[in-house]
Design a protein around this ligand. Structure first.
Ligand code: AMP
Ligand code: GLY
Length: 428
């Protein structure tokens, strides 16, 4: 099969690495990809937002299967576009939800209503606009601090404010409704604060009520060790998550995964693709913090290496609506991923620094995230999260030690990475 993967980050690097190993993958293309993916794929220099260009690539490269990595093109309707596009000489199979289904991530209010309708455990909430500002303040008074305010729409991972002080929370609410996050925050979801440890659970759905469960992971969002400093896109991940034992995962499947997949079918929403359940463990019981309509980043960099089975036949079956009887075998080993970021990230940072040391890494897998080539064809930094370094081990400290020591070999001006990914889980 000829496969086209859309996206360019660490998540897509890990998906490309996994798919390229499949005997069923005749040729892999990535659009727009990054220099690290040149090892597994042909890079196509187009924008994922240019659906017309994506279609042309599907025709010219005779693509059989399209896998969409990031949420933005999904929320913008790339799957609907390809389905309706009359210029396609042959319809490819597509892994990714349609625009309506992508509302699970594209609108927090849509996701909350869905969970309420299908009895899926989540924080209590209400949604407000500037017209209902007074009611919002009254509702906030019924909650206890800290206050959780969420922009309804996509806000590049920045649309959630957790504020312990009531007056400051009211100020933040005003700013959000006033357009702090543009149209994304014209509606704001206010919800109960849940206290616990988070984890990420992933499934792949076939649009007909069947799914396969993938390995779970935990990501680390704060910039500094011991979860200090501002939130980032993700500084590392581990899989498996020790507290997600058989008893806990049984609750996740019965209370959350199955009602979600069934709920989508009952609501007449055809969901083909990955669902990422952002969960929180509250006293042994899982609650949904958010849905994402894609894999997590940097979770995918730990999840893909833990999948023993060939992923391509599973992706194909999902896109064909035919996952019946399929499952995915997990690697028993532990995987840790450490993300090397640009100095200054998540605030402003400089780009274009030459990256060295790739060749001295021998015990880890390197997944490029924010990299590009300069005019001298050198690999340089081009984003906040630059490279993910992933290692297998017998347990978290062992996998982390290998990933950390390989991460130290990759250098560029201002490079930084956390050293404690996963270690909190050893103290539980
Ligand atoms: P979200 O974009 O919905 O995933 O929210 C971003 C982060 O805010 C989550 O990963 C959680 O750490 C935190 N968060 C969101 N909602 C809640 C909640 N109801 N209670 C506690 N923490 C939350
Ligand atoms: N790691 C969290 C996310 O991908 O949204």
């Amino acid at each position: 099969m000829k496969i086209l993967l859309i996206g360019s980050g660490g998540r897509e690097s890990a998906l490309a690495w996994k798919m390229a190993q499949s005997p069923e993958c005749e040729k892999l293309f990535v659009l727009p990809g990054n220099p690290g993916m040149e090892r597994y794929a042909e890079i196509i220099n187009e924008k994922p937002s240019d659906f017309g260009a994506v279609s042309q690539v599907i025709n010219s490269k005779k693509i059989d299967l399209v896998v969409v990595g990031p949420e933005q093109p999904l929320v913008d309707g790339i799957v609907d576009y390809l389905e309706a596009d009359k210029t396609l000489t042959k319809k490819p199979l597509v892994v990714g939800p349609c625009k309506q289904a992508a509302q699970l991530e594209g609108s927090k209010d849509f996701a909350k209503q869905f969970m309420l309708r299908h009895n899926i455990p989540t924080a209590q909430y209400k949604t407000f606009t500037s017209q209902t500002y007074n009611e919002a303040v009254v509702f906030m008074k019924t909650l206890t601090a800290p206050y959780v305010l969420k922009a309804d729409g996509l806000a590049a991972g920045k649309g959630v404010i957790i504020e312990p002080d009531f007056n400051k929370a009211v100020e933040s609410l005003k700013e959000m409704l006033g357009g702090k996050f543009g149209d994304a925050s014209r509606s704001v979801v206010i919800e109960e604060f849940l206290s616990g440890i988070e984890l990420s659970v992933f499934v792949l759905c076939d649009g007909c009520g069947r799914y396969v469960l993938l390995p779970e992971a935990k990501d680390y969002k704060r910039i500094f060790d011991n979860d200090k400093g501002p939130n980032t896109g993700g500084m590392g991940s581990v899989s498996p998550v020790p507290f997600a034992d058989a008893v806990f995962m049984d609750k996740v499947v019965k209370r959350i995964v199955e009602p979600t997949v069934k709920g989508l079918v009952d609501d007449g929403i055809k969901y083909v693709g990955f669902i990422f359940f952002g969960l929180i463990n509250v006293g042994g019981n899982p609650y949904v913090i958010e849905y994402n309509v894609r894999m997590g980043d940097p979770e995918t960099e730990s999840v893909m290496p833990r999948i023993k089975s060939d992923l391509v036949p599973v992706l194909k079956a999902a896109a064909e609506g035919n996952l019946g009887g399929m499952s995915v075998e997990f690697d028993e080993r532990t995987v840790a991923t450490v993300v090397k970021v640009s100095g200054g990230y998540p605030d402003s940072y400089k780009k274009g620094f030459v990256i060295t040391g790739f060749d001295s890494v021998d015990n880890s897998i390197i997944f490029h995230a924010g990299t590009s080539r300069n005019s001298d064809n050198q690999i340089v930094t081009s984003g906040g999260r630059v490279v993910a370094i992933t290692a297998y081990g017998n347990n978290i400290p062992n996998a982390l030690e290998i990933a950390n020591s390989d991460a130290a070999k990759i250098t560029f001006e201002g490079a930084f990475n956390r050293k404690d990914i996963g270690l909190d889980l050893m103290r539980l």
